[in-house]
Design a protein around this ligand. Structure first.
Ligand SMILES: NC(=O)c1ccc[n+]([C@@H]2O[C@H](COP(=O)([O-])OP(=O)(O)OC[C@H]3O[C@@H](n4cnc5c(N)ncnc54)[C@H](O)[C@@H]3O)[C@@H](O)[C@H]2O)c1
Length: 338
């Protein structure tokens, strides 16, 4: 399989490295309009063929085009690639609007081409372990997600911190709770500098008795990458900044009884053992590249497909509307996650 990587900026080189390592890949073509980025790749990966005109990539021999350009260009490059009969890998977030995502999904279906959306964390060992723990009932019913993704972040020209950071957390949430239905979003945020929100809090409302909260921030003096998943049996903390013991499962919980006679709530806390399960350390992008290639070869949708990308974009769109309206609850169309 011949793979073309479009965009060799910050993220593109990681994609080049991981596709080069796939045994099914016979050639990687890198494309960027900037000479310094082409030189960066030439110095590190001499086997990569380099070009500076994306038209040559679109019309060339690549079977799969990997789009790692700024978010506001994803749609046009994805559409052009599909129209040229190429399978596509699109970086997160999939597109700038849900209408664009829907159009690309339809185009790919009509042409029997595959869309892989790079929700990288879905291929991360810790996230896989979280899903396993939820799926096998270890945590019980999920009560809430509470997550923080904050640091001194790289300000993006075309998107705010929600579109940059929250796709990771939202894709993890959707992956772990595939049968929960997101019905509404409320969000607050502030744009201190360039009109794009650099800090935001997102609240996700479900049909089920579950709630999710995500805090994203590009202007934090400390780097925190932490998610708490509360279940009615056990709770877990996923701390991506930990080198070891990224996941800790706490046998802790709350037992809530009401005694009708005294109309009083009795709350009992249970504080039990903590254990840290072993997790697979394989680089997520390596597993993602492998899944993308397998999906193409097996003519099936990948684990992170265009539809998964669309579900995340719908929540991001609703968050923008809510932020503009000071936290107003924005209901998602009934089609969401259907
Ligand atoms: N999955 C992840 O964890 C992850 C991490 C970082 C970034 N990303 C995503 O990767 C994408 C790229 O982000 P980045 O930080 O690498 O951006 P970047 O600005 O560093 O790199 C983008 C590159 O695209 C090139 N480019 C733009 N238009 C082009 C054109 N017409 N022809 C050729 N080259 C062109 C630019 O010259 C630049 O080198 C974004 O969608 C971002 O959200 C994903």
């Amino acid at each position: 399989m011949i793979v073309g990587v479009l965009g060799l900026g910050y993220w593109g080189p990681n994609l080049v490295r991981n596709f080069l390592a796939q045994s099914e890949v016979t050639k990687v073509i890198g494309c960027d309009q900037r000479d310094d980025r082409l030189k960066f790749i030439a110095d590190r990966f001499p086997s990569v063929q380099l070009i500076n005109n994306c038209k040559d990539l679109m019309n060339g021999e690549a079977d799969l085009i990997v789009i790692a350009t700024p978010v506001d260009t994803h749609y046009k490059f994805a559409k052009e690639a599909l129209e040229n009969g190429k399978h596509i890998w699109v970086e997160k977030p999939f597109t700038s609007t849900s209408a664009q995502a829907e159009e690309l999904i339809e185009l790919a279906e009509n042409k029997n081409l595959r869309i892989f959306v790079d929700h990288t964390f879905i291929y991360n060992g810790a996230v896989r372990k979280m899903k396993e723990l939820v799926d096998n009932g270890e945590l019980g019913n999920i009560l809430y997600f509470d997550s923080e993704r904050i640091n001194l972040g790289l300000f993006q020209r075309d998107i705010n911190a929600v579109w940059d950071l929250a796709p990771h957390d939202l894709s993890i949430m959707n992956y772990i709770l595939p049968n929960h239905k997101v019905v509404a979003v409320s969000a607050n945020g502030i744009a201190n500098f360039n009109g794009k929100e650099n800090l935001a809090h997102l609240c996700i409302h479900f049909n089920e008795n579950t709630f999710a909260h995500f805090h994203v921030n590009w202007v934090s003096p400390v780097k925190i990458r932490r998610m708490i998943v509360g279940g009615d049996k056990k709770m877990l903390v996923y701390d991506d900044m930990e080198n070891f013991e990224k996941i800790k499962v706490y046998d802790s919980g709350v037992e809530f009884n009401t005694t009708e006679s005294i109309h009083q709530a009795l709350v009992q806390y249970r504080i039990g053992d903590m254990f840290s399960p072993k997790i697979n350390q394989t680089e997520a992008l390596a597993l993602g590249a492998n899944e993308c290639i397998s999906a193409i070869q097996e003519n099936r949708n990948p684990v992170t497909s265009g539809k998964d990308g669309l579900e995340v974009v719908r929540i991001l769109e609703a968050s923008d509307i809510s932020i503009k309206n000071k936290g107003e609850i924005v209901e998602l169309n009934s089609g969401i996650l259907a």
